[in-house]
Design a binder for this molecule. Sequence first.
Ligand SMILES: Cc1cc2nc3c(=O)[nH]c(=O)nc-3n(C[C@H](O)[C@H](O)[C@H](O)COP(=O)(O)OP(=O)(O)OC[C@H]3O[C@@H](n4cnc5c(N)ncnc54)[C@H](O)[C@@H]3O)c2cc1C
Ligand code: SF4
Length: 310
Amino acid sequence: MLKILANPEDIQGATGEIRAGGTDLHDRYNMGVSSGAIIDIHKLDFGGIVENADGSVSIGANVTIDEVGQHPKIQSGYGALSKAANGLATPQIRWAASFGGSLLQKTRCSYFRHPNLPCTKKGDTECGGRKGQHSNGVIFDKGGCAHSHSSTIATALLVYNASVRTTEREMPIADLYGDGSAHDRDHLLNVNEILTHVILPPVVAGEKTAYFRSISRFEAEWPIVECSVRLLIENDVIKDAGIGVGGVSQIPLRLKNVEAALIGQAATQLILEKAARVSAENANPLPQTTWKVEIMINTILHTLEMALND
Ligand SMILES: Cc1cc2nc3c(=O)[nH]c(=O)nc-3n(C[C@H](O)[C@H](O)[C@H](O)COP(=O)(O)OP(=O)(O)OC[C@H]3O[C@@H](n4cnc5c(N)ncnc54)[C@H](O)[C@@H]3O)c2cc1C
Ligand code: SF4
């Protein structure tokens, strides 16, 4: 059954899975992993990309990833976000997929995506990934599910201290995912709660930004590790830093320890190298993911170097 919403309130009493762009949902339905009624929200107009009177920027959840990546205000003021948006998936996916859906997509673990393999996120008692093949799993392990969170955009939004608005509340982007202890969840929205907007704080002038992903092929793939960086440098000293990293934990992570190792320091190669190494301090990789720790360090270092040269 398909219900197409004309107003957000029409979702009251409806049952089924919300569909925006459908690029994640249809993949699961076609594979026989998900099934049942669909509540389509793509006609809901949450507005586009709007600069508010206080300087913040609102992005409607149904704006496409491509629109975000190409928007002049996002490119000039939120470079790490636009670079991340332009760097994920393929042009076709970015044209079809919604900004909201990119934050709420379900895990890409191959046990979850296979109709016959066990996965606690599908309601089975066993996590096939943790017990079996998990070489692209987490290196900051929070227990339960062993696969990393899939959202590139969430990692970039973390370093901007963005917040999200839903039909029920407003909260910091980090609270959309929690601390990773809700092992069967990819996000913490309630049933029939619709994400309506992402809100970015006012632009900080003069920032240097970068996004980089270490990936097993050029595109059309989720990264092994990805990183978003903001640096504010004055007189060769790093005044502020934002470091987000994806592909490494059950939730998108902001690495405050790396930021602390950068802030107040001279913007030199040696400092960047030392800070990138700090990222591994709290790593607790799985038996098959130790190889990703060095990839993470070098991904962060490379992204920092790119930001310095921005
Ligand atoms: C080849 C390929 C490579 C990819 N690589 C990457 C990558 O590197 N990084 C990355 O982040 N993603 C990647 N993706 C995933 C892609 O970004 C997602 O499929 C897409 O962003 C989902 O958006 P959508 O609008 O199509 O969501 P849908 O498929 O419509 O929905 C996805 C989920 O979000 C929920 N949902 C959607 N919108 C809302 C809303 N407003 N409120 C409440 N719930 C909602 C739905 O119920 C559903 O569970 C890739 C996809 C493909 C096919
Ligand atoms: S790692 Fe996560 S997604 Fe994969 S089988 Fe285990 S619970 Fe499911």
